[in-house]
Design a binder for this molecule. Structure first.
Ligand SMILES: Nc1ncnc2c1ncn2[C@@H]1O[C@H](COP(=O)(O)OP(=O)(O)OP(=O)(O)O)[C@@H](O)[C@H]1O
Length: 835
């Protein structure tokens, strides 16, 4: 636990000492263990009043006027056509693409919603977590008990389930697709909408029967008002002044969706490309600047020449780039911008905006950024590229904006064949142009070793923990026919964003470990990954194929490719920074960030086609921010919440904590001090020495790095720490003043990581090969040399290295105030981007 010094307290002078919120008491299941002995509920728990459910037509489900949800002051008049029905969307039964299977979640059919609601209300009201949650929101315990008792009584007497009331409280959400906590959430939001109903008779009854004070009712009203977001489109007044033309480009992977949207962008005077990945933002930025995207309406001309990047000089479009950690500014008056979706700004109008991978709107962790982008981009023409499955969610979002929606459907440009046979577990069947997909990091290196031994071909590797720069480099090696890297081994990170010359995708496995155990890959993931084979325009022999390593997986592969995409049931929404701050100001003093999020999740009304973002990834964040840095000012907490912090990586988090301590104590964060006591620099130096050895022998065979796998992992963590520092230096340039040095360090790590990827499969047996079906025959490894291009680059790098190290050690000594070429950063929000 970090100690908060007195100096820190004076900097974070909010005087917050007592914490009310804690997540510990919130248990996940309704097991009965957390039931309180709430005698006050006994009169109602025994007699469940059952009545036949009313038939709720979609029109009858419209919230009555004069009730919550309240609309913000900026509500656009064009949004009167919002349906607000809460009806169960077509195709919403199936598992959502990004959700875990939750077998313990009850199946509630539309016709059993009301019996379910009434029969289980007492259980919900009796749960310890229900009462405790109300307490963290500031409701007095005794009043909460009486309120819950009255609520249970009224529910059981059918007071909330007449057709008008059922629709007002949106009871049909019980029958929509569920995630783990949704039953609890739905009960809670119904409870609050009941509590804050405005009719005089209702209020008098509550005051009289539950003996609730007016301050408690006022608190409920205030919380309801600040946490409700029933008309999220209203949060973007700038876009609401426009009548936008929204064009959805939908179809399978490799069907040309993005191609058409990008042509419109390249022809626009002003425009923005929003990417799911840093890598992709970079790629599009480069392609626009170097004339590799043919602007719509501009034809090829026989007299056209090629620039050094292979682009057409007539098509070059100056474009800036902003991601969480990088800014490439070509000029102040440049009309185009490529950025990650979390870095979008909503204060400027443009002609064309492109949002890529729109189906990410359903992603539990990041989906809210896509929802904001769809609602908030003030573009005359908004292009959304992605899967067809997301159309209903977008349609629902746009009902509230009055925009025009055009849907363009595409077919795959090249055929994708499923091969008759698997590789029969034999790596000698691997061919040039294969991409082998596996889901653990150690498997990746094990397979690389096996393939290299058995076929003599070299393998590039791509997986999620690798920095995007290294992934790009590995992809370039695979795409370069002269590099010697003929095979690529990857995790599902290959599914998005890299242009790879894959001829065949081979699944080592179709199961992946994720929270909750080992689960089969979703249909959508299988299609997306397999679809990378035979990228249009990259192969002379157009078309690709897919298969599995093991025969037993073939049936599931075929089944997935034959199954239609599963619908995205709902989009995601997150409380805004401002919303959270207001909520914090209403909650009891010292409340945690987690309590503020909970208030939004468990009180506020949101439209039926949206859900709040998942809390899964925030657990570690709460641990650090709420427990260790409880006294940190709200603004600093919010910044940290959106910073690129790999919360599960304790090595990186330790460095980040050092940075935060330095920031709070001295307002000067020196990176060398933050990493003091770690092995990071010594490992980096050690590997760089090995690179020099390799330079003299020109062979990897004699390079021996003990515990290379562990060191690789540490270097990956080290890289993430540099990324965090650079990100913070954009927000606090004076305090995080080692920007240039840390950037140089980051580049060094990237080069070393690439080297390690080569070394590692040579020296370590990372896998039980039998498990992979290897026959144990050790083929003579062919000595592999680097391609001339790569070798020259490496020599140049090594020559620069000593110079750089010298400079770095001098410069890291003390605080230096540097100004950076491009620090716009009016937008410091949410770079939780994937890289
Ligand atoms: N009409 C076309 N003429 C030339 N090249 C095209 C055309 N359409 C698409 N391409 C090329 O085909 C490849 C796939 O296109 P694109 O990236 O637009 O597909 P996509 O449907 O967006 O797939 P993904 O979702 O996998 O990115 C790209 O390299 C693109 O430049």
């Amino acid at each position: 636990m970090l100690r908060i010094s007195s100096c820190q307290q004076s900097i974070w002078a909010l005087g917050q000492t007592s914490r009310v919120g804690s997540k510990r008491f919130i248990s996940s299941g309704n097991t009965g263990k957390d039931l309180l002995n709430l005698d006050f509920l006994q009169p109602f728990s025994q007699k469940s009043v059952r009545r036949p459910p009313p038939v709720a037509s979609s029109s009858s489900l419209r919230p009555p006027t004069g009730h919550y949800p309240r609309r913000g002051p900026n509500h656009a008049s064009g949004s009167k056509n919002f349906d607000g029905s809460g009806r169960i969307p077509e195709g919403s039964r199936g598992s959502a693409r990004y959700e875990q299977q939750q077998p313990h979640i009850p199946k509630i059919t539309p016709s059993s919603v009301i019996p379910y609601f009434e029969a289980n209300v007492t259980t919900w009201c009796r749960q310890m977590r229900t009462l405790k949650r109300l307490e963290t929101f500031g409701f007095p315990l005794e009043e909460s008990k009486r309120l819950l008792m009255l609520f249970a009584q009224e529910v059981q007497h059918g007071k909330l389930s007449g057709s008008e009331d059922a629709s007002f409280h949106m009871l049909d959400r019980f029958a929509q697709t569920h995630e783990e906590s949704s039953i609890d959430t739905i009960y809670s939001t119904i409870f609050f909408s009941w509590l804050t109903q405005t009719e005089h008779a209702h209020r008098s009854r509550i005051i009289k029967k539950a003996r609730v004070s007016s301050s408690t009712l006022a608190l409920a009203d205030e919380l309801m008002e600040t946490t409700s977001c029933y008309y999220p489109a209203d949060n973007f007044p700038f876009a609401r002044t426009m009548h936008r033309k929204v064009i959805m480009h939908v179809g399978p992977t490799n069907s040309g969706k993005t191609y058409h949207a990008l042509r419109a962008l390249a022809a626009a005077k002003t425009g923005v490309y929003a990417s799911p990945l840093r890598l992709l933002a970079h790629e599009i930025w480069e392609r626009l600047n170097t004339g590799q995207i043919q602007p719509l309406g501009i034809e090829k001309d026989p007299s056209d020449t090629q620039n050094s990047s292979g682009g057409n000089p007539r098509w070059e479009r100056p474009c800036n780039m902003i991601t969480g950690e990088e800014q490439r500014i070509m000029g102040e008056d440049v009309g185009l911008l490529s950025c990650t979706v979390e870095m979008l700004g909503y204060q400027a109008k443009s002609d064309v905006a492109v949002i890529d991978e729109i189906q990410m709107i359903g992603d539990p962790d990041r989906g809210a950024a896509w929802t904001d982008a769809v609602l908030g981009l003030a573009a005359k023409e908004l292009h959304l590229c992605g899967e067809e499955t997301v159309i209903p969610v977008v349609e629902n979002l746009l009902k509230d904006t009055g925009d025009e929606l055009i849907i363009r459907r595409y077919e795959r440009l090249t055929p994708l064949a499923v091969e008759e046979e698997s590789l029969q577990g034999d790596f000698t069947n691997v061919r040039k142009g294969d991409c082998i997909v596996t889901f653990s990091r150690s498997n990746i290196f094990g397979i690389k070793k096996m393939v290299e031994e058995k076929t003599g071909m070299r393998c590039a590797v791509v997986y999620g923990r690798l920095p995007p720069e290294v992934r790009s480099e590995q992809a370039a090696l695979f795409n370069d026919p002269n590099s010697g890297y003929d095979v690529i081994i990857g995790s599902d990170a290959i599914g998005m964003g890299l242009n790879l010359k894959i001829k065949r995708v081979v699944f080592e496995s179709l199961h992946k470990f994720s929270a909750g155990g080992i689960n089969p890959l979703s249909v959508s993931s299988v299609k997306q990954i397999a679809g990378r084979a035979g990228r249009y325009g990259l192969h002379a022999d157009a078309g690709g194929s897919t298969t599995t390593l093991h025969a037993q997986d073939m049936a599931y592969l075929k089944q997935c490719l034959d199954t239609p995409y599963v619908a995205v049931d709902y989009g995601r929404i997150s409380p805004s920074k401002e919303g959270l701050s207001t909520t914090m100001s209403i909650l009891p003093e010292g409340s945690s960030i987690e309590t503020a999020f909970d208030a939004h999740r468990f009180i506020g009304k949101i439209p039926p086609h949206l859900r709040y973002s998942s809390q899964n990834q925030l657990d570690q964040v709460y641990d650090v921010i709420d427990n260790e840095w409880a006294d940190m000012p709200m603004e600093a907490k919010m910044l940290l919440l959106y910073a690129p912090v790999p919360w599960r990586d304790t090595k990186t988090v330790d460095i980040i904590k050092n940075c935060l301590t330095m920031f709070s104590e001295t307002m000067s964060v020196q990176f060398d001090k933050a990493i003091e006591g770690t092995k990071f620099m010594s490992i980096l130096d050690e590997v760089e020495e090995k690179m020099k050895d390799q330079k003299s022998t020109n062979s990897l065979e004699d390079i021996d790095i003990p515990n290379a796998s562990d060191k690789l992992m540490l270097l990956e963590s080290f890289h993430k720490a540099t990324v965090f520092y650079i990100w913070m230096s954009f927000r606090h340039p004076v305090a995080y003043s080692n920007f240039e040095q840390v950037s140089a360090l980051k580049e060094r790590i990237e080069v070393v990581l690439n080297f390690m990827l080569d070394v590692i499969s040579k020296k370590e047996n990372l896998l039980q090969f039998k498990q992979l079906g290897g026959k144990g025959r050790r083929a003579t490894a062919k000595a592999q040399d680097y391609s001339p291009r790569r070798e020259t680059e490496k020599l140049q790098y090594l020559n620069k290295l000593d110079l750089q190290k010298l400079k770095l050690s001098k410069e890291m000594g003390g605080p230096t105030l540097k100004s950076y070429p491009t620090k716009s950063s009016s937008n410091t929000s949410s770079p939780k981007e994937y890289s």
